[in-house]
Design a protein around this ligand. Structure first.
Ligand SMILES: CC(C)(COP(=O)(O)OP(=O)(O)OC[C@H]1O[C@@H](n2cnc3c(N)ncnc32)[C@H](O)[C@@H]1OP(=O)(O)O)[C@@H](O)C(=O)NCCC(=O)NCCS
Length: 259
């Protein structure tokens, strides 16, 4: 595998002539088409890093980075791993390469937005890189204005050691404030108690294609109910603490803010 800094190495053609974007990179990625996205990054002094297969035939993944004008933080302008090559460590490798590039410029922080409904993303950002997730309740999806959970995310490095210790993790995780029947969530009233120090919220393994498929089937609750639960937690003084994988289940852990 080769790591290519497209802009620094003047390899625009490698990106612009790649014929396979629709097939393997259509999931979330950049907010606009590939060529324009590279142009946007270039004109803003950023970099797009790609992982290329040894025989040069496949782009395995990419990440975009744009330093803010004050050079204190950078925007993570999209990350995507080729759908045929996920869960092999390429997402981690891309973030590490981007951090290296930014560190040389004296920057040690990314910001970006994501949805806490995407399990792989939380595994990558929160579990692998200990990013901070801050609830952002401003988002709705057209055309029906479906409430869509979003977080403002910050990732800093070098990593400091996490000091999270939750007593009796099994019990804490069993008290998820959402219960799921398949991909149908129910906001569990019994779990609501704003006096608790910790709350947990379970999600199944979700991704954008899965959620959109549920929308097509009329299941808008898959996004609406988690939105209500995140909103309740935020309104009752909780903040994101961690994302836990436990017994092949996935949980957000929240802690009550200290007054
Ligand atoms: C998010 C994404 C970039 C992750 O890339 P990836 O190469 O699959 O991730 P990695 O293999 O580096 O995995 C990172 C961590 O998450 C875990 N992970 C990732 N996908 C997983 C899965 N399907 N099941 C279990 N664990 C998973 C890995 O095990 C790893 O943790 P670990 O090393 O502690 O075990 C990829 O899923 C993707 O391209 N998604 C669609 C595009 C997208 O959502 N872009 C971002 C929009 S904000």
């Amino acid at each position: 595998m080769k790591t290519i800094y497209l802009i620094h190495e003047q390899q625009d053609l490698l990106w612009n002539n790649y014929g396979n974007f629709e097939e393997v990179f259509a999931e979330v990625g950049a907010p606009f088409p590939p060529k324009e996205h590279l142009e946007h990054i270039k004109s803003n002094g950023g970099e797009k890093i790609v992982l290329l297969s040894d025989d040069d035939s496949e782009i395995l993944g990419w990440i975009g980075i744009v330093p803010e004008p004050d050079k204190k933080i950078a925007e993570l302008a999209g990350i995507e791993v080729n759908s045929n090559y996920r869960n092999k460590g390429y997402g981690k490798k891309l973030i590490t390469e981007a951090q290296k590039w930014l560190s040389e410029k004296g920057i040690s922080k990314f910001k970006f937005q994501t949805s806490p409904l995407f399990t792989s993303n939380s595994l990558l950002y929160v579990k692998a890189f200990q990013s901070a997730y801050k609830w952002n309740n401003q988002n709705a999806l057209p055309p029906d204005n479906i409430p869509w959970p979003v977080v403002d995310c910050e990732m800093e490095w070098p990593l400091s050691k996490r000091k999270i210790k939750i007593k009796d993790i099994e019990k804490a995780l069993e008290r998820s404030i959402i219960t799921w029947t398949g991909l149908h969530p129910k906001f569990d009233d019994e779990g609501l108690n704003s006096a608790k120090q910790y709350q947990t919220l379970e999600i199944p393994f979700l991704s954008l294609p899965t959620v959109f498929e549920e929308f097509r089937n009329g299941n808008f609750d898959v996004a609406k109910i988690p939105f209500s639960a995140f909103e309740w937690l935020s309104n009752n003084g909780y903040h994101f603490l961690d994302f836990q994988e436990y017994d092949e289940r996935y949980f957000y852990v929240f802690r009550k803010n200290k007054k």
